[in-house]
Ligand binder design. Sequence first.
Ligand code: PLP
Length: 388
Amino acid sequence: MNGKREIYLDNSATTRCFPEAAALMQEIFLEDYGNPSSMHHRGVTAERRIREAKKTLAGILKVQEKNLYFTSCGTESDNLALIGGALAARRRGKHLITTQIEHPAVLESMRYLEAQGFEVTRLGVDRDGLVSPEEVAAAVRPDTILVSVMHTNNEIGSVQPVEEIGKAVKAANPGTLFHVDAVQGFCKAAIYPKRMQIDLLAASGHKIHGPKGTGLLYVADGVRLEPLLHGGGQQGGLRSGTENVPGIAGMALAAGVLCRDLDADRQKLFSMKNRLLTRLQEIPDVFFNGRTDETAAPHILSVRVPGVRAEVLLHALEDRGIYVSSGSACSSNHPRPSETLAAIGTPASEMDNSIRLSLSVMNTMEEMDLAADAIAELVPFLRRFVRR
Ligand code: PLP
């Protein structure tokens, strides 16, 4: 930093690590550096770190520790669940169901599976970005082996009725697996795989103030997955490779901190988001993608500003030390039209006009006012001087 105040509103892209998590990781890097597969004292200590992390994460999800696996990111968790799940079940059927608004980690895994001979149904969403449980149920067939619906959308923050979808899937075909990409919802909402009939659930450490390079996959009892990595047989052979012990411990500690008082944190996030909403609503011709009430994610606000290209506004805000994203930051290295914005019926002429503001518990109300002030000042200026 050059002394200029920074306001970080890109927390759905990634978060700043909690200092407690960074300190724990440093301690493990320097002291408990053993390989958890080693039989000596250093290995046993490292293995204990993993067990402690599992205990914390299992407590949050209300599942058993034996059902949790560690991966390198949310993308890997989604890939393992979908590709591993489909390959293991291919003798029972070749039909998969997902939605049009999934993250590329799911959409591209589905495309890969299609190329391998599977058939994929992609369900649409309504204008709020919501999937209907009835439509999911109607799409399930006797040969449907897996349904994948995300918990919280990363671009517009719509939160799917996951519990109803889980029930609908199982009622239509008890043998169909239900996968949920919970990368944006984990530690932002109460998610209980067992109650929600979820068989596979993916989460990621760096979205919850833990380290990058860490992911989590919940696998229900009796669910078979073909491993994607072959090697030393760690984690019951499902995910070979020496475990990232510092990362795993850091992710679990961060999750524990965030979930200590989930209700209070959600209220804090909603209050900040509502402040932004109220302030931005005062700007003429500014719209919000998806719902803005408390059925949506507490931390994501997608703002459409017709007449201003998202990238131009993003960089104008950056000049003032305010960091936001245009569409989904995960794909910003390869800009392409957002499948989510298209699926909710955004007019073609306005596909390039949305920015995403995503909050974390590290933000403050004052930052919301400063960001809203900056947007309110920049929008009329950019509308006048910058061509679309
Ligand atoms: N799924 C969703 C909904 C996401 O938002 C992201 C990242 O933005 C991912 C999956 C991928 O997670 P990771 O960055 O840990 O690979």
